[in-house]
Design a protein around this ligand. Structure first.
Ligand SMILES: [Ca+2]
Length: 397
């Protein structure tokens, strides 16, 4: 390219810039693009960028005869153009040198540093370990499960700070890179964990949120056992003559969570026991593999305090596929974790126990496992009980 052409280009660009200012005086004054003084090298080079992005470097020096850009790791690595489009593929701090020869023969140069960094992104995975906790020494079978969950972030852009939020967990917040958080079974379930990662060098920050299921889902159908239906589901009783008294079972709103079932135990005959179970309602029940460890839990309160020895008589996980139940194979009646008696108070209390499922059916799963909770009073005193959130969770396969 001839010197004349370069001069023409230079003059044209200079005039364009000046013309722009003349016609938009206010706009020029507000921009951070002061007119360079004579002999000064001034260029627009961004301070930071991401790999693969197309960047524009602009030489704003005036009265330039020739120039040379030297761009470390850039594509292109050199240019003599006033405006140059550059892409960096690698990360790190890159130097950009602009050497200028002015029309009057003087030279000057400026060096810029551009920090090429990956975008900050974040996601995470988690691994949970259930740990049994016996939380009531007076009731040794009253167990809870603590889920210990380790969170492992996956990030790009080398962030240098982490801010986690764990609803219902301990701790509820953390700035550790790989926090370990625990939830008790009652606080477990689906929780929305959020992670904010930040990079101090350019104040980039990104938030990642994900629903994490802590703990196991109950094998029972919640329609029957969380009592959240609009109408009372069908339950079986062993109270003679085999049906609930009219009005003995109703749904109430003030459950432990949402609705609960209210059970009016009439008392009288001490053999008059009110058992709530779902043996013949297979869609309410679940399947359990031999050798698995299960946590059976539920919440009870009573209208009148009842002592331990007088209280509701037992609870258990039962399994039975009698001839008249439409499931195969037929399985004889078994029960697991026959516990009781136990008192109740006017406050909601959590009852639970852990059991290992025996191999009763030669390797076959328990095909029709259901809870069976028996309300009674040894003295035959009438009472009203409330039952909610009955769950059977597999803690270990
Ligand atoms: Ca409920």
């Amino acid at each position: 390219m001839s010197k004349i052409n370069l001069r023409f280009l230079k003059n044209f660009l200079t005039i364009s810039v000046i013309s722009g200012c003349l016609f938009m005086i206010e706009g020029c004054g507000e921009e951070d693009t002061a007119v360079p003084s004579a002999g000064e090298v001034v260029a627009d080079v961004p301070a930071s960028a991401t790999p693969g992005a197309t960047l524009t470097f602009l030489d704003r020096s005036e009265n330039v005869a020739t120039r040379a850009w030297t761009i470390q790791d850039g594509d292109p690595a050199t240019s003599t153009n006033r405006s140059v489009s550059v892409v960096f593929e690698s990360t790190g701090e890159k130097s950009v040198v602009l050497d200028v020869v002015f029309e009057n023969g003087t030279t000057n140069s400026a060096t810029y540093t551009i920090d090429i960094q990956d975008l900050v992104t974040a996601s995470f995975t988690s691994v949970q370990t259930p740990l049994a906790v016996i939380n009531d020494p007076d009731m040794p079978k009253n167990a809870d499960i603590q889920y210990s969950v380790e969170f492992n972030p996956s990030v790009t852009g080398t962030p240098d700070s982490y801010a986690w939020t764990f609803p219902g967990g301990t701790p509820e917040t953390s700035t550790d890179e790989r926090p370990v958080v625990t939830w008790m079974d009652g606080d477990a379930g689906t929780v929305t964990v959020s992670l904010v990662v930040s990079r101090s060098s350019d104040s980039q920050s990104v938030t990642f949120e994900e629903e994490v299921t802590v703990g196991s889902q109950s094998i029972l159908n919640p329609l029957w056992w969380n009592f959240e239906s609009d109408t009372l589901m069908n339950y079986l009783t062993w109270q003679a003559p085999g049906a609930w008294d009219e009005g003995a079972l109703t749904l109430v709103d003030d459950g432990f969570k949402g609705k609960a079932v209210k059970i009016i135990y009439p008392g009288g005959d001490v053999n008059n026991q009110w058992s709530l179970f779902t043996r013949d309602i297979t869609e309410a029940n679940g399947s359990l593999l031999p050798g698995s460890v299960v946590l059976f839990s539920y919440y009870v309160k009573a209208e009148t305090n009842v002592a331990v020895d007088n209280g509701f008589r037992f609870w258990r996980i039962a399994n039975h596929v009698p001839d008249f139940v439409d499931l195969e194979p037929k399985q004889d009646y078994k029960n697991i974790g026959f516990v009781g008696p136990q008192g109740a108070t006017t406050e909601w209390q959590r009852f639970s126990h852990l059991d290992t499922i025996p191999d009763w059916y030669a390797g076959e799963a328990l095909a029709n496992a259901y809870p069976h909770i028996n309300f009674a009073d040894i003295n035959g005193t009438g009472n009203t009980f409330y039952l909610d959130e009955v769950e059977i969770k597999v803690i270990q396969e």
